[in-house]
Design a protein around this ligand. Structure first.
Ligand code: S3P
Length: 172
């Protein structure tokens, strides 16, 4: 199967969903957010799933959903920040998709998430430290799995989507 999807990976708060929606619109692709699909399927928020069943259970749901969406075609797929923890997720998503990493500094992520209280992994913690620690554990995975990397810097989602579109069209 030719690469027919674009899969956005990256840390929480890097703008995968916003950029993904804009990119899908620009490319005339469909858009899907894996976390949103999980929430719809379970009829529970991500927070609630973590709270009631724990992270390990969430990761199973995430793995099943990655498999499901890897069979889609002409989609921009937004993933959760922890998708890279399970290599099989990336193997599945890569079969039909180009993996695009939205890279952000811890400072930028903190800036985007400082008022957020919906991310279970950052809850009741020193948020900046938790971001730095998790990013340190995951950065090499994002880099390793990415086919393309875009630094989000101070670019708006609109600019990022435009840049991704122009760089990606030749490989789709
Ligand atoms: C997670 C990121 C979240 C969500 C869950 C776990 C992570 O998605 O999947 O809270 O492990 O980084 P976003 O990256 O969309 O915030």
């Amino acid at each position: 199967m030719a690469k027919k999807n674009i899969v956005l990976i990256g840390f929480m708060g890097c703008g995968k969903t916003t950029v993904g929606k804009e990119l899908a619109k620009n490319l005339n692709f469909y858009f899907v957010d894996i976390d949103y699909m999980i929430q719809k399927d379970q009829n529970k928020s991500i927070e609630k799933i973590f709270e009631v069943f724990g992270e390990e259970y969430f990761r199973k749901l995430e793995k099943n959903m990655c498999y499901k969406v890897s069979n889609f075609k002409n989609y921009v797929i937004s993933t959760g920040g922890g998708v890279v923890k399970e290599e099989q997720n990336i193997i599945n998503l890569k079969k039909s998709g180009v993996i695009v990493y939205l890279k952000a500094t811890p400072q930028k992520i903190y800036e985007n998430l400082k008022y957020d209280n919906k991310r279970p992994l950052l809850k009741n913690k020193d948020k900046f430290k938790a971001i730095c620690d998790l990013l340190e554990q995951r950065e090499y995975l994002y880099e390793k799995y990415a086919d393309m990397v875009f630094n989000i810097e101070d670019n708006s989602p609109f600019v990022l989507a435009r840049n991704i579109k122009s760089d990606i069209q030749c490989i789709l």
